[in-house]
Design a protein around this ligand. Structure first.
Ligand SMILES: Nc1ncnc2c1ncn2[C@@H]1O[C@H](COP(=O)(O)OP(=O)(O)OP(=O)(O)O)[C@@H](O)[C@H]1O
Ligand SMILES: [Mg+2]
Length: 172
């Protein structure tokens, strides 16, 4: 049995969406403990609540009831700024709908987390260009999302999620 503090610990998490009169409970009491270094896949039928759960895990949404501890700290105690800091430092997001910024180029989209992390421009440009090149997008750096294919948009959204990789390598 693992006795270390879980990285992520959910207890009795429920989520109910309310639209007008209608209330639909999507998560019915999730207990989950994830430890550092674990590699986990959440699987389930379409509409079963995977994205709902991921939004809660990534601190983009709050549970209707139940608790969420991140490294032992109750996330419900955190304010907007503290949640934003936790998202920036602890999570990498690949959204189901890619959430790329329509008016920004592929390069600018991938740079966004590094901009917020304060990485100097020269370092982040170099790192982002190298990342996009490894994904076969070297000749699409200045394209906006609507000028990219679906797969190219997906490959742009993946490195945009790995802000910590951008940050640490840019600084090394
Ligand atoms: N904002 C919302 N308001 C009301 N109902 C919602 C909302 N978001 C999701 N739902 C409903 O909650 C359920 C779970 O949705 P969710 O997006 O978590 O499913 P999923 O498991 O990620 O599905 P998929 O595999 O299709 O991506 C669905 O039945 C959906 O209709
Ligand atoms: Mg989903």
């Amino acid at each position: 049995m693992n006795t270390a503090t879980p990285l992520i610990e959910l207890k009795g998490v429920t989520k109910t969406y309310r639209t007008g009169e209608l209330a639909v409970e999507v998560l019915h009491g999730i207990d989950l403990a994830l430890y550092p270094g674990e590699f986990v896949a959440i699987v389930g039928a379409s509409g079963s609540g995977k994205s709902t759960l991921m939004n809660i895990l990534g601190c983009l949404d709050r549970p209707t009831s139940g608790s969420y501890r991140f490294l032992g700290e109750d996330v419900s105690d955190l304010g907007r700024d503290e949640l934003a800091r936790l998202r920036r430092e602890a999570f990498g997001f690949v959204f189901q709908s890619y959430n790329l910024i329509a008016a920004a180029s592929a390069t600018e989209n991938v740079e966004v987390p590094a901009v917020y992390a304060g990485t100097p421009p020269a370092a982040r440009h170099e790192r982002v260009r190298a990342l996009l090149a490894t994904l076969g997008l070297a000749d699409r750096l200045e394209h906006r999302p609507n000028q990219l294919s679906g797969g190219q948009q997906q490959r742009t959204s993946s490195p945009a999620a790995s802000s910590s990789a951008c940050r640490s390598r840019a600084r090394s």
